[in-house]
Design a protein around this ligand. Structure first.
Ligand code: 13P
Ligand code: SF4
Length: 302
């Protein structure tokens, strides 16, 4: 069955002239069929330079919206329309406009894990892979209003010593890791470096050997001589690690480290979406244009 689905998806891909982009947290079979598997920055970059007519975005809504903001004339499919991001839902454009009135001098930096409407209210976007470079690009006399992830914000603040105001948002999947869970894994694997995503709480990032975006975690692990690693991010990433390393073993920082929204896209849904072309992402042009400015400024940096 899955071989037939894979064949159908490949055939349909040719007919549509489509590129399939998948995030590291996607199911193994989706990572396997994708043209590009990457972190949110890599996927945005691929979306900005593809010549394909259709972009099939296997991830969550903000990733598909990013592809559409960068490619208004292409069709962008999100094969699971309900795939959202709990952190992105923690900030609305209206609430951000209100906050901007409180901090009129501040430069608004929004994590890409935000809606198109929130990006449209922002000066510049960042991902966890380029956040420090983005912050360093802002004149030193300007304070920064960082939305919505307070954990990522606090980690950047510690690296850059900049004056920052935070939104009270977080990723519920990463924010739940506790130091007790990490200590237990460290007891079981005492030689394993602790490698975590900056969406984890400050007491976890402070205890870590490396704090990196997902692509940064992959690079760190590939370059390390260690055999075991305690990994502080979503479980789908272990499949990526296993595919791109050999002789290494990975242990999640906590059990059930799962983003359910990343698991809605199955081969069946991907095939159906590519057959029907109904799950199209649309963004009003007035919002898209302003969101594009914030994303483009980020892509110019790194
Ligand atoms: P990356 O930018 O590392 O891909 O992370 C995206 C994300 O949603 C993490 O929860
Ligand atoms: Fe959003 Fe967290 Fe899921 Fe990433 S893991 S998509 S930040 S809810």
């Amino acid at each position: 069955m899955s071989t037939e689905l894979v064949q159908y998806i490949k055939k349909r891909q040719d007919e549509l002239d489509a590129i399939i982009l998948a995030h590291f947290y996607q199911l193994p079979e989706i990572q396997d069929i994708a043209d590009i598997v990457g972190d949110s920055l890599q996927l945005a970059r691929e979306a900005s330079k593809t010549s394909a007519s259709v972009i099939v975005s296997c991830g969550v809504r903000f990733m598909a919206e990013t592809a559409k903001i960068l490619n208004p004339d292409k069709k962008v499919l999100l094969p699971a329309v309900e795939a959202g991001c709990a952190m992105a839902d923690m900030v609305t454009a209206e609430a951000l406009r209100e906050k901007k009135r409180q901090y009129p001098q501040a430069v608004v930096v929004s994590y890409v894990n935000t809606s198109a409407e929130v990006k449209a209210e922002s000066d510049i976007c960042c991902t966890s892979a380029n956040a420090i470079e983005v912050i360093k690009s802002i004149p030193e006399d300007r304070p920064i209003l960082f939305v919505p992830d307070r954990n990522l914000g606090k980690w950047i603040e510690a690296q850059t010593n900049r004056e920052m105001f935070f939104w009270a948002g977080c990723c519920p999947v990463h924010d739940q890791v506790t130091i007790e869970q990490v200590r237990e894994q460290q007891r079981l694997y005492p030689d394993a470096p602790l490698v975590v995503h900056p969406e984890c709480p400050p007491e976890i990032t402070s205890a870590a050997d490396a704090v990196r975006s997902t692509s940064g975690m992959l690079k760190y692990i590939q370059e390390s001589s260690a055999r075991d690693f305690i990994v502080g991010t979503e479980e789908g990433f272990l499949y990526t690690l296993e595919n791109n390393t050999s002789g290494k073993r990975f242990h999640l920082a906590r059990t059930d480290f799962i983003c359910q929204d990343m698991k809605y896209i199955t081969l069946e849904r991907l095939a159906k979406s590519m057959k029907e072309e109904k799950d199209l992402v649309e963004i009003p042009e007035e919002i898209r244009e302003r969101a594009y400015q914030a994303l483009d400024r980020m892509l110019q940096i790194g």
